[in-house]
Design a protein around this ligand. Structure first.
Ligand code: PMP
Length: 376
């Protein structure tokens, strides 16, 4: 069996160890004579996995008991709607900081909910450049560019814009910026657990699992208890954060296999040495790629401002689209997949999530040098 070097943006590479464990336990989980997928979600065997996954998340992130961890479904996109459904009330307004397509989508869904509720959404800052289909994002906003409403129901930000490769707080030791006094909500889908972030500054964090932590469909939420306690009670129970919290995310049948696989990934993360070790590896991978781009600047160009260059999704262009197509095709032949940029922006995107090894990135960097030499 040959495993490819997978640089996909999500679903993305998972640690081999986590997959091998799932393979080994697939038919007989923990001596039960059935797979984890076939167990009752209320049985002891599954419950132990569920609670271990929560405990590992709390341990890796250093989470305080002020927070509840929720396992929800519908991916991160569900949260674009579920958040305002829970946390917006008539007459209130929610702020959105937009630094990419995912931020645009988040406010788009919130607007729909707000109009049903007699509430409002506001763009508190955007770094969109250009018009219509040519809109692009090259950086995160500076503090002075934001007009924050201190009375907002919440302020929503996207910590890493997966498509444009634009990330907040990438400098070593940079704290996550503050966004005024309203409760801070963050879509961390594509950079959750890339390093240790002080989560005590956030009211609510959500992350679709399919980048750094597991299979798609599952969404991990970190909810400050006093924030979600104030959520609306006049919506169906299945959407209520407080109901999910009271039921340990077992209000209905959760995606048990996805949570199990995430547990395996979190165990792997812990065995690597936790988030400080993963941060070192992630920085080394990003530095390697940006190093080649900067060294061969007449051939490769990164459209993102240096201070906002994502550590998770490295995007770059070449002189022509034909060269980019050839790059993707030749890399594929050499065992490297998932390099094509998002269909809306083109170019090349290298996603270097936690499970992508430095060795794979070094192989890619070598290929980039060799390709430029041959085709420049
Ligand atoms: N937010 C961000 C930052 C993302 O990268 C993505 C997926 N690429 C989403 C939200 C949507 O996630 P899902 O497909 O799980 O709904």
């Amino acid at each position: 069996m040959t495993r490819v070097m997978n640089f996909s943006a999500g679903p993305a590479a998972l640690p081999l160890q986590a997959l091998e464990r799932a393979r080994d336990e697939l038919l007989d989980f923990d001596g039960s004579g059935m797979s984890v997928m076939e167990q009752s979600h209320r049985g002891k065997a599954y419950e132990a996995v569920h609670n271990e996954a929560k405990a590992l998340l709390a341990e890796l992130t250093g989470l305080s008991s002020d927070y509840e961890i929720l396992f929800l479904q519908g991916g991160a996109s569900m949260q674009f709607a579920q958040l305002p459904m829970n946390m917006l009330n008539a007459g209130q307004s929610a702020d959105y900081v937009v630094n990419g397509v995912w931020g645009e989508k988040a406010i788009g869904e919130a607007k729909v909910v707000a109009s049903m509720y007699g509430a409002k959404t506001r763009v508190a800052g955007t770094t969109a450049e250009g018009e219509g289909k040519a809109v692009t994002y090259r950086r995160v906003p500076l503090e002075g560019e934001l007009s924050l409403d201190e009375a907002a129901a919440y302020v929503h930000v996207t910590s890493n814009e997966t498509i444009h490769g634009v990330q907040f707080a990438v400098a070593p030791d940079a704290p996550f910026p503050s966004f005024g006094g309203a409760p801070l909500v963050c879509d961390m889908s594509s950079d959750f657990l890339w390093r240790k972030v002080d989560l005590s500054g956030f009211a609510f964090v959500y992350a679709g699992a399919q980048k750094n932590i597991g299979p798609s469909g599952l969404c991990v939420c970190i909810a400050r208890k006093d924030f979600i306690a104030k959520g609306r009670k006049d919506i169906p129970k299945i959407f209520r954060y407080d109901v999910a919290a009271e039921n340990n995310s077992l209000f209905n049948t959760p995606p048990t296999f996805s949570i199990y696989l995430m547990r395996n990934v979190l165990l792997w993360a812990k065995e690597q040495g936790g988030l400080d070790t993963l941060e070192k590896s992630n920085r080394a991978k990003a530095n390697t790629l940006y190093g080649v781009i900067d060294e061969l600047a007449s051939f490769y160009s990164c459209p993102v401002d240096r201070a906002s260059r994502s550590v998770m999704n490295v995007v770059f262009r070449m002189p022509t689209e034909a060269l980019e197509d050839a790059f993707v095709a030749e890399a594929k032949k050499a065992g490297m997949s998932g390099l094509k940029g998002h269909r809306s922006v083109g170019g090349i995107r290298v996603s270097t999530y936690n499970a992508v090894s430095l060795a794979s990135v070094e192989t890619l960097a070598g290929f980039m040098r060799e390709f430029a030499k041959r085709r420049a």
